[in-house]
Design a protein around this ligand. Sequence first.
Ligand code: FES
Length: 262
Amino acid sequence: MFLSKLALQNTTKSVVRTQVRRAGDKAFHINTSYNNQTTHFDFTPENYKRVKALLQKYPDNYKQAAMIPLLDLAQRQYGGWLPLAAMNKVAQVCEVAPVRVYEVASFYTMFHRTPVGTYFLQVCGTTPCMICGSEEIMATIQDELGIKNGETTADGMFSLLEVECLGACANAPMLQMNDDYYECLTPQSVRDLLQACRDNKDISQQAIPMGKWGSLPMNGQVSCEGPLGKTSLDTIEPPKFDRSKFDAGDVDPASVKKHMSY
Ligand code: FES
């Protein structure tokens, strides 16, 4: 059955007007002085080497398979967000229509089509984190920074967004700040984290070092343990780290950030 013309128009309007839960992002593009058809973007020579390496992972006729890592690369190069020109450049590299890239960039919350703060805080609000106090964490951040969900501080330092499960439920409540996870949060540890950002301290050099996978339980745990510590598989020796497994070009966990050019 076909939608009537009026119903179709109404449907189209409601889709176009939907505001997605992103830091200042809307589901559609609005030209601004810093992001319009004349804004320039191109990969740096250094990043063109990475573009080449990414494309080599896929057959020549499936260049679009590299779209997400290319968007990620473009976003990192442009300071944490994707102007229209960057998405168009990715479309050109992938040899697809620009709209195919817009669809991907507007779907995944890891991509930002408007500028975000230096520290982008994504607080998980899904059930396990909510039960363990994510609402208090969110309220603490809002109080500390004077911004609400989806906003950026006036100095451009922090953006805040509530998101769905980030896959660290065992150490709830948690938040993701840029590329790293901060877990087992309390209102006080969140205040400490924000203060460390304001003081421009290297968070990874705190009393509890950031784990090799970029995950930091803030309560002194070293992995995904419950409040009683490790209660299962605790008599089984964990497998030894075997570096030779990574000789064939796989990524050594300890160097994953370097590999991803973080
Ligand atoms: S529910 Fe918060 S990380 Fe999964």
